[in-house]
Design a protein around this ligand. Structure first.
Ligand code: F6R
Length: 609
């Protein structure tokens, strides 16, 4: 949450920052600001609203002949401490220090009180300004020593870019938990919260190690520990380019990302099928991973956690030992029962979700083996885990996760099949057949995307509704949870997901005339039970959208709309049905006139607890 960028070099810093903040805007869009060195010192421009509002403000300044600048820092905010006001927007300045921050300073109240005693009073309500006051109070001309002293006093998560007024054209950065990536190119040195802000300049970059200081100068970038000892950064390379992070002709990132799913699935699955079998040799995940393991815990947040719910069904079904799915923000405070015989799987698109990262660290403390399914290369969760399975979904920009979710599912399926095979619970021929089915799912998924006109038509019936239910059994119930979050987060329509058999134990009282119920009935084993549940809601005059597989008969009297998914084995139906639910959420949001990619109050990459 919050996007930050710092640049010093030979190009127009204001342009680099505005372009970078535009790419980073998915991380927060309450307010934005930049600060840059100019002839007379550091100038700050900030405003509530989107980066485009800041860009207009900057353009006016350029017309007003603000001097050129080649060094600056920029921020796009997702408010945590203090409301959305110009004053609370970053950057914040105290004396010689101007900084931007992503994260939360947990002990800012105590620090504020002690700073007030020495006559330093903030003008904003932010925790960030306290960090600026603190660093300024400690600054004696030696930036690294000052940063070290500040770090000893600061508690919480942070990524900072700091400019000192008496050190023109230099930026100091450091991080604890919150992400930062950096690179040096012929244009200069650049650092940001995410690679999407760097990719125009370089595909080679490094992830800033925690508690290290990056010193960005026009001609060099260097990394030191907190004692000032130089450290060599570990360089990484991305294999996507800027077109992947642009809308490419689609009206919204979300729609583009929905359409990218066949490719992201191919990229994630194909390298992991060798000799027709799932294979993790190239991921360095040995078959011995399951030696001595008697239990799996999957922990994640939001959509990633919903992928875990599907993974649980698959892993339990194939491996025959207990799998539980835990919400990371709960798990970390529950004194969980974990030991060396537990495998903890964390799932995260960003690889930076604060609660998931903390849950992973806790699992390691308890001695569990850890494996993460992560989209962002080199991210904190990836680096903390014993083993990593990267989803190759490419950058996901829309706040609502789509292609990362199905890529996560594919990794969980591959894991379940590989380890069922490796532990002798699934015969080789059967495993080969399943890989064939998994690959067959991709063209069927492509066909499902082509149902979008019909799904749009259905969505028009939902735009005025206030409540909606998703129901299903087994894999369909797990998918219902995802359908529900997708709809509510971008359409702002209240929705709930229910195990279909559970409705009559209370919730059915809410199902009255016209209440929409999206009923997923793709699973053969429970199909007739599901149809009975649908009859129950239809008997209360619900507005039923039924989703079944080709070949599953349903009488027209039990639905208002019926979507028939292309034929695949029902194990793979969640991939196809996910597309329907994503498109349904997308078009409902669109027809309600909302900001599909940047829903209110949310941001991608939740780096605060
Ligand atoms: C919903 C959504 C969120 C994320 C959650 C975890 O569409 O995107 O629920 O899934 O914030 O984020 P990651 O996967 O980055 O850990």
């Amino acid at each position: 949450m919050c996007g930050i960028i710092g640049f010093t070099g030979y190009a127009d810093a204001k342009k680099v920052m505005i372009d970078g903040l535009t790419a980073l805007e998915y991380r927060g869009y309450d307010s934005a600001g930049i600060a840059f060195f100019e002839e007379n010192g550091i100038k700050t421009l900030k405003t509530i609203g989107k980066v485009s509002v800041l860009a207009d403000k900057v353009a006016k300044e350029v017309v007003a002949k603000t001097s050129e600048s080649t060094c600056g820092i920029g921020h796009t905010r997702w408010a945590t401490h203090g409301g959305v006001t110009d004053t609370n927007a970053h950057p914040h300045t105290s004396g010689k220090v101007t900084l931007i921050h992503n994260g939360i300073i947990e002990n800012y109240r105590e620090l504020e009180l002690s700073l007030k005693e020495s006559g330093r009073t903030p003008v904003s309500q932010t925790d960030t300004e306290i960090a600026a006051l603190l660093i300024d109070s400690l600054y004696d001309g030696d930036a690294i020593k000052t940063i070290k002293k500040a770090v000893e006093l600061l508690e919480g998560a942070y990524a900072f870019c700091i400019m000192f007024a008496d050190q023109p054209d230099i930026i100091y950065s450091l991080r604890n938990s919150s992400p930062l990536v950096a690179c040096h190119t012929k244009e200069g040195s650049i650092i940001a919260s995410d690679m999407v802000a760097l990719i125009d300049y370089s595909k080679d970059y490094f992830v800033v190690p925690e508690m290290h200081v990056v010193i960005l100068k026009r001609d060099s970038i260097s990394l030191t520990d907190l004692d000032g000892n130089e450290v060599s950064p570990r360089m990484l390379h991305v294999n996507w380019d800027m077109t992947a992070a642009k809308k490419g002709g689609y009206p919204h990132f979300m729609l583009k990302e929905i359409h990218e799913q066949p490719d992201s699935l191919r990229n994630t699955i194909l390298p992991r099928i060798q000799n027709k079998l799932p294979d993790f040799t190239a991921d360095n995940i040995p078959d011995s991973l399951f030696d001595g393991i008697s239990r799996i815990i999957i922990t994640a947040c939001g959509t990633a956690m919903h992928a875990g719910l599907i993974g649980k069904v698959m892993l339990e079904r194939l491996l025959r030992f207990p799998v539980t799915v835990e919400i990371a923000s709960e798990f970390r405070y529950q004194d969980p029962i974990i030991d060396k015989s537990t495998l903890v799987i964390t799932i995260s698109q960003s690889g930076e979700t604060a609660d998931t990262l903390a849950a992973l660290k806790l699992a390691k403390e308890y001695g569990a083996s850890t494996l993460s399914i992560v989209n962002v290369k080199g991210s904190s969760i990836a680096r903390e885990s014993d083993y990593v399975l990267y989803t190759h979904a490419g950058p996901e920009i829309a706040v609502a996760s789509t292609k990362a979710y199905t890529a996560q599912l594919s990794c969980l399926y591959l894991l379940a099949f590989r380890f069922a095979y490796a532990t002798g619970k699934l015969e080789k021929e059967k495993c080969i057949e399943e890989m064939h089915e998994l690959l067959n799912m991709i063209p069927a998924l492509e066909e499902t995307i082509s149902f979008d006109k019909k799904i749009e038509e259905i969505s028009k019936q939902l735009t005025e509704k206030e409540d909606l239910f998703f129901i299903g059994r087994g894999l369909d119930y797990a998918l219902s949870c995802e359908g529900s979050i997708k709809l509510k987060e971008i359409s702002y329509i209240h929705s709930e997901a229910y195990a279909a058999g559970e409705l009559k134990h209370g919730t059915l009282s809410l199902v009255t005339e016209g209440v929409p119920v999206v009923a997923l009935a793709t699973q053969q084993k429970v199909y007739s039970k599901m149809i009975s549940n649908i009859r129950e809601v239809k008997a209360r005059n619900a507005f039923v959208v039924l989703i079944t597989m080709k070949g599953q008969e349903a009488e027209p009297s039990i639905y208002d709309y019926h979507i028939t998914l292309p034929e695949v084995k029902d194990t793979y139906a969640p991939f196809l049905a996910a597309i329907v639910l994503q498109l349904l959420a997308y078009y409902t949001s669109l027809h309600r006139g909302l900001n599909v990619d940047q829903p209110r109050n949310l941001a991608k990459s939740v780096t605060v607890e």
